[in-house]
Design a protein around this ligand. Structure first.
Ligand SMILES: Nc1ncnc2c1ncn2[C@@H]1O[C@H](COP(=O)(O)OP(=O)(O)OP(=O)(O)O)[C@@H](O)[C@H]1O
Ligand SMILES: [Mg+2]
Length: 366
């Protein structure tokens, strides 16, 4: 019996739960060039399932005859896109009609800006258009997905500008981008890429309890196991609906289970066994992204059992309210905390609060 859970970042889950509406809307958009789902920017915290969703949408588009080109926002992404497109287009184009590309290298495209386009980049754009023209004649659409967006990557901002022009010229294209909340926000605020603001911004949320329950029992059922109702409820609650936690907890509960029905005790054991893995992945990954001041802000929040008042945090940190406010904005952008109305903030992921408590105060409890 093999464990069906995949507690690894970027790994496509056996069952992708809770994203049906998005998938359906996207598939409708593939038939309609003017649909807002033709250009989407997904935003969400670590482990919420951005990469898994992009992968699924690519698969679906390919099943419908689209070519998909998938890259990470990195400084050689233009070159990578061209290579993938050439390779995939070849499958569709009879040899005689293959486009003769100039073969110019685009590997040295450092320092590209939209205003100042070096000739290697112009060649890249011309080559791209040559390919797209042939594909368009054959009625083949191209889906671009760009994961881990970062506006500091000039190739990304250049690509977005190019994409806008290609759309204006009527090529059948779609663009899906994904990134952490602070990156998507700074992409939207970037001066030179008007188009990013026209993309549909979708904030990926944790799954609902009911969705988690169905997912968990379906996953166990794949390997012939059932789970007691109370055990399932405990497991769903412990995950908070976060896909990464769902996979991590599910994995350890599966390992802990002996018979064909998973018991409450086995769920408790699995949660306990998962805790240290979760601490090293979720907590350490989050802390690594934060500055010391961000962390002090979070520590100040730990003193409150529920939401924290901004005024109390400022007092505890011995800083002015406006200084505390700056850190609040930063942490909200990073998806770590959320506004809780009327001058209050709360942890975006309750589990993170617990982990931080254990880490900094020596308290326990998952
Ligand atoms: N909708 C879903 N249903 C079930 N499992 C999911 C879902 N989305 C993602 N997962 C699982 O959750 C884990 C994290 O997903 P993924 O790597 O896509 O997150 P991410 O948002 O891209 O994270 P990061 O910001 O670190 O790149 C993976 O193990 C994946 O298989
Ligand atoms: Mg990812």
């Amino acid at each position: 019996m093999s464990n069906p859970f995949t507690p690894a970042f970027g790994f496509p889950p056996a069952i992708l739960a809770g994203r049906d509406e998005i998938i359906t809307s996207f598939l409708i958009a593939l038939n309609n060039p003017g649909d807002p789902y033709r250009a989407v920017l997904f935003s969400g915290v670590r482990g919420i399932g951005k990469t898994a969703l992009l992968t699924k949408l690519c698969e679906q588009a390919q099943l419908r005859g689209w070519i998909s080109v998938s890259v990470l926002a990195r400084k050689d992404m233009l070159k990578e896109m061209m290579e993938q497109l050439e390779m995939k287009a070849e499958e569709f184009l009879p040899a005689a009609k293959r486009v003769r590309l100039t073969g110019a290298s685009v590997s040295s495209l450092g320092g590209v800006t939209w205003q100042n386009v070096p000739s290697a980049v112009k060649t890249w754009r011309t080559d791209l258009e040559k390919l797209l023209k042939v594909l368009k004649r054959k009625n083949i659409g191209v889906l671009f997905t760009i994961d881990e967006v970062d506006p500091k990557i000039e190739d990304l901002t250049y690509f977005i500008g190019t994409y806008q022009l290609l759309i204006r010229d009527g090529y059948p294209l779609a663009l899906l981008m994904a990134g952490l909340p602070n990156k998507t926000r700074s992409l939207l605020n970037h001066d030179s890429i008007d188009f990013a603001r026209k993309a549909l911004l979708i904030k990926l949320k944790p799954l609902k309890v009911a969705e988690v329950k169905v997912l968990m029992s379906d996953m166990f059922a794949k390997e012939g196991k059932t789970i007691e109702e109370a055990a399932l409820a405990r497991l769903a609650a412990a995950s908070d609906g976060y896909p990464f936690l769902i996979q991590m907890l599910g994995y350890h509960v599966f390992e802990a289970s002996k018979g064909s029905e998973i018991t409450f005790e086995e769920v408790e054991e699995g949660i306990k066994n998962a805790a240290s893995f979760i601490e090293t992945t979720v907590l350490e990954a989050t802390l690594a992204d934060l500055s010391d001041k961000d962390i002090s802000f979070l520590k100040a929040m730990l003193k409150d059992p529920e939401d924290s008042l901004m005024a109390d945090i400022a007092k505890r940190l011995k800083v002015t309210p406006s200084y505390a406010h700056q850190y609040k904005t930063r942490l909200i952008d990073q998806g770590v905390i959320e506004g809780a109305g009327r001058g209050k903030v709360t942890f975006a992921m309750p589990l993170l609060k617990q982990l931080m408590k254990e880490h900094f105060d020596g308290d326990s409890a998952l």
